[in-house]
Design a protein around this ligand. Structure first.
Ligand SMILES: [Cu+2]
Length: 154
């Protein structure tokens, strides 16, 4: 084999090997979204709202466009802010996760607010929360997250 032929052979092999790999990357439909460390705080009987915390990261830019859970009538993304020296919460609007970013929902900051709780959240049980994300191409994907309930005061 002459050096030139050898080079060609190598380039051809490289193309043959890479082609299916690239095809599978471009056709993979959705960002790699991961939800970790999810938890909710227990509520007392009669309490109408609850809070869920978690860390959300994504390989590509996505937005959290829909949140559902069986234990509440509605779910909103809330944030905390100071108002006249008092911590208050307000609706944050759609949560956006940039490519490679991790967004942390934690006490004192962002959280998922469960509105219209159908029953108290008891320590030790798990809620199911369905998070629907949408990417830049308007493709949607739903993650089902199991959320353990921690005792009050933890
Ligand atoms: Cu809230």
């Amino acid at each position: 084999m002459t050096p030139i032929l050898k080079f060609h052979f190598f380039e051809t092999m490289k193309t043959l090997l890479l082609a299916p790999l690239l095809a599978s990357v471009t056709s993979s439909a959705f960002a790699d979204v991961s939800v970790t460390d999810a938890w909710a705080r227990a509520t007392v009987p009669g309490q109408p709202v609850g809070a869920v915390y978690m860390k959300v990261s994504s390989s590509n830019a996505v937005r959290l466009v829909d949140i559902q859970t069986e234990v509440a009538k509605d779910v909103q993304v809330h944030t905390m802010h100071h108002h006249d020296g008092v911590m208050k919460m307000r609706e944050h609007g759609e949560l956006a996760i940039q490519a490679g970013q991790t967004v942390e929902l934690a006490p004192g900051g962002l959280h998922l607010m469960l509105l219209g709780l159908k029953k108290p959240l008891s320590a030790g049980e798990n809620l199911t929360v369905k998070l629907t994300f949408e990417d830049a191409k308007k493709v949607r994907n739903t993650s089902v997250v199991s959320v353990p309930v921690r005792p009050l005061g933890k």
